[in-house]
Design a protein around this ligand. Structure first.
Ligand code: NAD
Length: 491
């Protein structure tokens, strides 16, 4: 498949072949065929990439440019990405196992946030406070004005997850670069080519050398990036376990860390819920991208008076979904990323069966799909919220249905989780649903909908083991800045 230059890192504005020549085979999860060999980052190239980003920040034009000039460069980047849309959508299918139904959303969604970052460069991000009269250390009084500016943080090491490889990379590039930082980006070893294709768009856009550097590799390369003293900030999207390792790696050099981690979100369905809304939302909440979404609501907390009917409706809806080749436009559910991911899902399913949960649908590899890492959408009823099925992020197409009797119980069940990323409440009593949504400890939550998209002004992130900090929206831009207060004697 490899487009030209996909076998090289992007460092200091040049495409660089790894000196050691090491590569890693990248597999299409639908066919198990190797689609190409990605370079694996040797220490020498990571050193070069960090040095290039440092130089570009300390002495290059990027952080010193007028915001309008940075906006123009990001606008060119936007155009170059759009020009490669077909390449990205194809890579999302063959590399990440994303269905063609989903690939255009996976492209458009981050582009909207890139556009938002460009637009926000047209705004002033400076606060000026009213004058105060204050005593001077040397005696006498001064009339003082304080101006608070936002400065870039410096060199950002960005490390991304495999499931939304284009979106997550663009979120981080857009915000960090718009705010004047420079970056070294490392994608998941499962999905390097999408990110290497972004390097081609960045090169064509003509960013100054070293502003955006892209290397590929795995945990070892990520560990170097997150511990090097020349890196000022780590922006990470991935699992909670790796997130906590990264925090430890970044601690000795006291880097700022932005952590967007996993979830086990709860969807509360009250007895008065509109089932025509709740059921399709429930289905999407564990089948979209084969359950490989951080914010998916994989715990369905359903009022006991309607639980059996809800489970029957889920079964009926899931039963007609087509599982298979993600390249086929008719396919609704594609594969898991690797055999190891499917093995993990299977272990949870077997454990749930043994623990007394009721398997209502699925629970096996789809018959007839012997090649590819497929697993049937699976529904368990009568699940204990304390079970591994309810507590752990499985990252596969498995829903756990848990019953409740009172609103207080529903909220308590939703909150009895190590995670706090997303969630939903379905009820015809919107006021009550809103009240309950407020009581669920998460970074975001929805009422009577589970939309794919949200306002570009809205930020995303988690509490508890789902993360630290916010991505997207204005707060997401400010996450890549530090504030500087300049106090002046009023003239
Ligand atoms: P992962 O944590 O296994 O890997 C993520 C990245 O970390 C990869 O690039 C990997 O090479 C790198 N890495 C691994 N060990 C490292 C180390 N010690 N130091 C530095 N880097 C290291 O995650 P994954 O399996 O690629 O992605 C799935 C996870 O990502 C899920 O938990 C999902 O919920 C989460 N996720 C979160 C969000 C969000 O916005 N909150 C979005 C997408 C995915």
């Amino acid at each position: 498949m490899a487009a030209p230059l996909m076998d090289r890192f992007y460092i200091g504005g040049e495409f660089v072949r790894p000196a050691a020549g090491a590569t890693d085979a990248v597999v299409n999860p639908a066919t198990e065929a190797v689609i190409g060999d990605a370079p694996v980052g040797g220490l020498a190239e990571i050193e070069q990439a960090i040095a290039a980003a440092r130089e570009a920040f300390d002495r290059g034009p990027w952080p010193r440019m007028a915001p309008a000039e940075r906006a123009a460069a990001l606008e060119r980047f936007h155009a170059e990405l759009i020009a490669r849309r077909a390449v990205f959508e194809q890579l999302l299918v063959i590399e990440a196992g994303c269905t063609t139904q989903l690939s255009s959303f996976m492209f458009d969604y981050p582009m909207k946030h890139l556009r938002f970052a460009i637009q926000m460069l047209g705004r002033e991000h400076v606060q000026i406070f009213p004058p105060v009269i204050a005593p001077n250390m040397g005696g006498g009084l001064s009339v003082l004005t304080t101006v608070v500016e936002r400065e870039p943080i410096g060199v950002v090491a960005a490390i991304t997850a495999y499931n939304f490889p284009f979106s997550i990379a663009i979120f981080k590039i857009a915000a960090a670069l718009a705010m004047g930082n420079t970056m070294v980006l490392k994608p998941s070893p499962f999905t390097p080519f999408v990110t290497l294709a972004i390097a081609q768009a960045a090169h064509a856009a003509g960013f100054p050398p070293g502003v955006l550097n892209i290397i590929t590799g795995g945990a070892a390369e990520g560990a170097v990036l997150t511990s090097d003293p020349r890196v000022d900030m780590v922006s990470f999207t991935g699992s909670d376990g790796v997130g906590s390792a990264i925090m430890a790696q970044a601690a000795p050099t006291l880097k700022r860390t932005l952590l967007e981690l996993g979830g086990k979100s709860a969807m509360i369905v009250r007895a008065d819920a509109d089932m025509a809304k709740a059921v399709p939302a429930g289905v999407m909440s564990f089948t979209m991208h084969c359950g490989q979404g951080c914010a998916l609501n994989t715990r369905h907390i359903v009022h006991n008076s309607i639980r059996k009917a809800y489970v029957a409706a889920l079964k009926a809806a899931v039963g007609v979904m087509s599982v298979g080749d993600p390249a086929d436009p008719a396919t609704a559910v594609g594969p898991l990323i690797r055999a190891s991911a499917r093995d993990r899902v299977e272990r949870y399913v077997e454990e749930a069966k043994a623990s007394g949960a009721t398997l209502a649908f699925g629970g096996r590899r789809p018959p007839g799909l012997d090649v590819g890492y497929y697993f049937e959408p699976t529904v368990f009823d009568d699940v204990a919220n304390t079970s591994a099925l309810s507590q752990d992020e499985i990252f596969g197409p498995v829903a756990a249905v848990i019953g409740f009797d009172t609103d207080e119980e529903a909220v308590a069940l939703a909150n009895a989780s190590p995670f706090g990323l997303s969630g939903a409440v379905f009820s015809r009593d919107v006021g009550r649903a809103y009240e309950m949504a407020r009581q669920v400890r998460t970074g975001g939550i929805q009422v009577n909908c589970v939309p794919l998209d949200m306002s570009a002004f809205s930020s995303m992130g988690g509490v508890k083991r789902s993360g630290i900090g916010r991505e997207l929206g204005l707060d997401g831009l400010y996450a890549y800045t530090s504030q500087k207060s300049i106090t002046m004697e009023a003239g």
